[in-house]
Design a protein around this ligand. Structure first.
Ligand SMILES: *Cc1c(COP(=O)(O)O)cnc(C)c1O
Length: 425
């Protein structure tokens, strides 16, 4: 990328963008620059359309919507799972669109955590999203183990990044299960899933990953890397809508493993309506569903995943890296007087889909940005996440965002706000 910081160059990059036509498919508000697609992706017209189609099948068919209409509800989760599989690098049978990030993690721990003897610990990291740690901790308690002793958290040296070497060193004999993020939600660091999985398996430990911040932004090869399980939400980069149904992956070598938390939708589909008192689980990842799928909260995903298939995850990743490279360049060139620190990794194979800017006035800089109609994401205590998203953000959006930050810093207009987070940040 050229070291050109002019608006003309931003426009030139937009002209060359092979994904530019997708921007028109999203509901972008006039004069608003949305940089928060890693928290909640925007609505697209196609996602809206698929939601309306499923709503209509309820209107027209009532109970028969389970087997009639354009997307019969009984098979809808399977349809979505098939559409999602290539995004995680898995076979369609290994993926299930169901539950939420946290409830899927509960399911997967309940299924794959089998403590025995002195092998009782669950290994995670101190930078992981709190909900994951709460889930791990409560699962340990359910098994009668004190989480303070049995949840081992790998430490970060600088509060932003993790070292794979430290994680591998923590894979000791007492560890029964490992749960890690693919991309850290603050700094955006990518962990080396392949290397960590190999190291875990050499020690006979099962390992799973939280893909919330990578799915739809970074390609995965879960099957090739031989990951045991994974889970994610579909409302961030995948634009499935607030509280959209999540997803899980179970490596086919574990098929047949009894679900830790069983429910009738995990049944073999042919047998489910026998309504037998004994459950016959499905022979694939479908077994880890629990109850009736939330059809209306899964519906927008259909339209959204269609766009991912058309755009291709490789092209999305390529543009995403260009956007974050460009943002990095502009921050370095334009904001050098204002004590910002870029805490996301520079290397492409280390950087996820967003830039993490650290500044002691971060909370009120974010409030000032919102006043200027730039939507960032504040992470307590001092982080600003900016996610230029490949499908709907432009290079011009990035250029304008950095100009607005510069203006806010020059005018010191952030000073009229309190340096404190809002209820949701
Ligand atoms: C967003 C996010 C979650 C959210 O969990 P939900 O159950 O979907 O609320 C969990 N983990 C990570 C890493 C996240 O980024």
């Amino acid at each position: 990328m050229e070291k050109d910081i002019t608006l003309e160059y931003a426009k030139k990059l937009d002209e060359q963008d092979v994904l530019k036509k997708f921007r028109e498919e999203f509901y972008l508000q006039p004069n608003v620059i949305y940089m928060d697609g890693n928290s909640l992706g925007l609505l697209s017209k196609r996602a809206e359309q698929s939601l309306l189609i499923l709503l209509d099948s309820w209107k027209k068919y009532g109970i028969d919507g389970w087997i009639q209409g354009e997307h019969p509800w009984f098979y809808f989760s399977d349809t979505l799972s098939g559409m999602c599989a290539s995004l995680v690098g898995a076979e369609r049978e290994e993926v299930m669109i169901t539950g939420s990030t946290t409830s899927n993690l509960h399911q997967l721990i309940a299924t794959f955590y089998h403590p025995g003897g002195s092998c009782t610990k669950i290994l995670a990291d101190e930078l992981n999203f709190p909900s994951d740690l709460y889930a791990i901790s409560s699962q340990l308690s359910l098994h009668g183990y004190n989480p303070e002793e049995h949840m081992v958290l790998v430490k970060s040296h600088d509060g932003d990044m993790l070292n794979e070497a430290d994680i591998i060193e923590a894979m000791t004999d007492g560890v029964a299960l490992i749960v890690l993020p693919s991309v850290l939600y603050r700094s955006g660091q990518i962990l080396n899933i392949k290397e960590l999985t190999k190291a875990a398996h050499e020690r006979n430990i099962l390992i799973g990953f939280d893909l919330c911040h990578s799915i739809g932004s970074v390609p995965h090869e879960l099957s090739d890397w031989d990951v045991d399980f994974a889970f994610w939400c579909n409302y961030k980069h995948l634009n499935g809508g607030p509280g959209a149904v999540g997803g899980l992956y179970v490596n086919r070598k574990h098929f047949g493993h009894k679900p830790g938390l069983a429910g009738w939708f995990g049944s073999d589909k042919e047998k489910q309506f026998d309504l037998s008192t004994e459950m016959i689980p499905a022979s694939n990842a479908s077994a880890y569903q629990i109850g009736t799928p939330n059809i209306l909260s899964a519906a927008p995903l259909y339209g959204s995943l269609e766009m991912f298939a058309e755009a291709g995850i490789e092209a999305i990743r390529d543009k995403s890296l260009k956007l974050t490279d460009y943002m990095t360049l502009l921050i370095e060139e334009e904001l050098s007087d204002f004590q910002f620190m870029i805490a996301s990794p520079k290397e492409h194979d280390r950087r996820g889909g967003h830039i993490y800017l650290v500044h002691k006035e971060a909370a009120r800089i974010c409030k000032a940005l919102k006043e200027y109609k730039v939507i960032p994401d504040f992470r307590s205590p001092n982080g600003i996440r900016l996610a230029p998203v490949a499908l709907y953000n432009s290079f011009e959006d990035v250029w304008k965002t950095v100009q607005i930050i510069k203006k806010i810093m020059k005018e010191e207009s952030y000073k009229k706000f309190e340096n404190k987070r809002e209820v949701i940040a």
